[in-house]
Design a protein around this ligand. Structure first.
Ligand code: SF4
Ligand code: SF4
Length: 222
């Protein structure tokens, strides 16, 4: 899932200070699951904006609404009435949702209410872990299902580096060394020989380093 957290309220208040009619728009997908931008958070944010503005003696009308998925045009029509009535929209979707809103409703400004952080998973209640950078050429089959791009701080393909100590990465004692995790799984499956194979340099052009990416599937394209 895409993981993010709501921007500090003060930041959102500053972003909407010039507007009198605000729509806070939640998304029913990843940000709902990571408890950052679903319907509950959209209502809470709308209420918080309203209370803060009233306390400051400034008029504001704040509505909230949640669409099933903000990152697809077809789900955005359901909020047209709210968008047209608002001066500005605060999106609690990920950065993709914010941009989809700005593309779909080009005459209205949609502002980000979430700091989109990474693609990852919840490992316990309230804790998420990054585990994929969308590199465009997955190598998980070579690394026992542990991503060396996301889980190694240097995105090394031939690890571990000399900074790996007692299973932790040199950047912090709280960060597992991704390559130590890979080593442990190779050992568990009796495949440590794989470490002797030198991986060639990765073609980073399939990552964001190659510029904005676009995927076309001719088999499903209309
Ligand atoms: S190798 Fe690439 S696609 Fe596969 S999990 Fe890692 S970043 Fe994601
Ligand atoms: S210590 Fe491990 S995770 Fe950290 S940079 Fe080196 S190989 Fe990568």
């Amino acid at each position: 899932m895409i993981v993010g957290e709501r921007k500090p309220l003060q930041e959102i208040l500053k972003a909407v200070e010039k507007y009198e009619k605000v729509l806070v728009l939640g998304c029913g997908e990843c940000v709902t699951v990571c408890m950052a931008g679903g319907d509950k958070e959209a209502r809470e944010t709308a209420l918080a904006i309203s209370l803060a503005r009233k306390k400051a003696g400034k008029a504001v009308e704040v509505e909230s609404h949640t669409v099933e998925r903000q990152c697809e045009f077809e789900f955005l029509e359901s909020t047209r009435k709210g968008v047209e009535a608002a001066d500005v929209i605060v999106s609690l979707a990920c950065g993709v949702g914010v941009q989809t809103m700005n593309m779909h409703y080009q005459d209205k400004l949609t502002l980000p209410g979430i700091n989109t952080t990474f693609m990852g998973l919840p490992v316990q209640q309230g804790v998420w872990m990054e585990n994929c950078l969308g590199c465009g050429n997955c190598v998980l089959e070579e690394t026992m299902g542990i991503c060396p791009i996301a889980r190694c701080s240097k995105s090394m393909l031939n690890g571990p580096c000399g900074g790996s100590q007692y299973g932790k990465c040199e950047i912090s004692k709280d960060v597992d060394c991704g390559w130590n995790l890979i080593y442990e799984r190779l050992e568990k499956f009796g495949k440590l020989d794989a470490l002797a194979e030198i991986k060639p340099p990765k073609d980073w052009s399939t990552t964001h380093s190659g510029g904005p990416r676009k995927m076309v599937r001719e088999d499903v394209k209309l």
